[in-house]
Write a protein that binds this ligand. Sequence first.
Ligand code: SAM
Length: 289
Amino acid sequence: MASLGIPQNTIAVLQKYNIRFQKKYGQNFLIDPHVLEKIIRAAGVTKDDFVLEIGPGIGTMTQYLCEHAREVMAVEIDENLIPVLHDTLSEYDNITIVNQDILKMDIREAAQKYNGGRPIKVVANLPYYITTPIIMELFESHVPLQSVTVMVQREVAERMQAVPGGKEYGALSLAVQYYAEAEIIANVPPNCFMPRPTVGSAVIRLSCHQERPVQVQDEKFLFRVIRASFNQRRKTLQNGLANDAGLPVTKEQAAHALEQLGLPAAIRGERLSLQDFAALSDLLQSSIL
Ligand code: SAM
């Protein structure tokens, strides 16, 4: 099977199988070989690696992954694409094609079976309608991860990489920082896809920490505090925390914790670093016990 990275070959496969793009699955297929090579290089895929690809589509990036990796698992939700994948990937014996919703799959079990529980690499041109749930599921389900190299909506990549103070900085930036170091590798314009998305895209690499950058008493509580701090962005942090129904913190407790941390009473969540949030989370937790 000829390389699908070339637009004519993608068109030939789409015609052969009479494929209609499923908007509900966020189907925008990559048709630029330079971008594909950049993703593989950024992910640093070698013959030692087991790679999980989420949403292989018609197998364009999967072909590149099979060439470079030891073993690839490609998880695709759209059953119409499964026969296409068996065709476009027929010459590889290091691929497992799975027809599944990635959010329902036990990825830890796959990592155990195919990589002996060692950290895996995830590479994907993600469906944009569920980018954040997929990233959070990978992190929160504690799948052993080496890196996650993904194409996402450009604005989401900027939020993932954002630092305190800016308007892009929020709960997603902090979650990503807690689990990984983020680096935007390339901006990718709509004409690199078929059909063209209405938004700009970017490739981002998340190199996962093997040890967390901050230690907290309770990880779940930390993320409740973070979410509460950004739920009402225009309110002060004190009010955001006190107004959150899921968090048993009073305004006085929040004010006292901020004072102990030497932070101004009127500070907003977007000013706090991950280290600040970790310290705040531990103080608040002790104050409500
Ligand atoms: N990797 C291909 C490429 O780069 O050309 C296709 C990328 S396309 C942006 C996203 C792919 O993810 C589609 O093939 C879509 O059907 C699939 N997908 C959408 N939701 C999914 C889910 N929940 N689980 C697994 N695959 C999904």
